[in-house]
Design a protein around this ligand. Sequence first.
Ligand code: DQA
Length: 189
Amino acid sequence: MEKQETTVRGGEEGEKCNATSEASAEKSRLVCVLHGPNLNLLGERDPAVYGMDTLSDIEDLMRERAASLGLAVEFFQSNREGVLVEAVQSARSEAHGIVINPGALTHYSRALQDALSILTIPVVEVHLSNVHAREEWRRLSVISPVSTGTITGFGVMGYVFALDALAGLFAKERRGYEHSGMPTVGDSA
Ligand code: DQA
């Protein structure tokens, strides 16, 4: 699949998720996909746990699914907590939903938790591995209480499921439901 220009970004100040660089964002709902520390090393990092796919493979997969769901997607990765907090703050005014894999920040970042708690848009927390089946310290997520829902343990497919979940929530929202319910099978955006 051919790569578009605006997608894989990380760490640059002033280049957080925003609606201006995706041409389709005006019409489509914009989903901001945030990746935390060390996820830039996917493909090399512990492949037995995280698989062989790179961040760019995941983004290709998501771009494809987003297109079929009529969603616009923006991607951002950073190894720095404060930069991710700023990305969440930017998404607050620009995006309609967030998919976030906060990496190890999941387990202790109150700053990221606070930033996400301010949002009124749906947030899907994603983990490639099943964090509940690993070390004890990974079982606590400070992000889950401020997320709409969590997907953990399905590898790269978890990111696709996250887009499906958001599309279901957007469809319900359009019909006047709150975005707290389960999307019904067969719902489309
Ligand atoms: C992870 C799980 C975290 O515990 C870990 O620190 C990561 C990746 C996952 O995707 O499975 O960096 O979020």
